[in-house]
Design a protein around this ligand. Structure first.
Ligand SMILES: [Zn+2]
Length: 107
């Protein structure tokens, strides 16, 4: 009777041991899953940062292009203002009349 009780206890401890092994194995699996989840989140954050950086760069280069276009437009406008619209002579900035044909400077 006492022997079978001890056998029962040792069997119980043995089965508990196996349970503990499973528990540790499970917690290792959980740790791996948490690690994978964190890795995925990290990758997603990196991708989001890269995407937002690219978007910001495109926005900035669009803004710069806009300014450049406006400057080019201004320069072109200034160039046409510096040329007499009647004879095509170059006008100096301070001249109000064309030195060649006497036409009024285009405003
Ligand atoms: Zn002229």
């Amino acid at each position: 009777m006492a022997n079978s009780f001890l056998l029962f206890i040792s069997n119980l401890l043995f089965s508990m041991d196996i349970d503990f092994d499973d528990f540790f194995e499970d917690s290792m699996k959980i740790g791996q899953i948490i690690g994978i989840v964190f890795a995925v989140i990290t990758v997603l954050i990196i991708v989001m940062v890269i995407v937002s950086a690219i978007k910001a760069k495109n926005k900035t280069s669009g803004y710069i292009k806009n300014i450049k276009d406006k400057m080019v437009e201004k320069i072109e406008e200034q160039k046409t203002k510096d040329i007499c619209e009647y004879c095509g002579s170059k006008l100096k900035p301070e001249e109000n009349r064309c030195p060649n044909c006497g036409a009024q400077r285009k405003k």
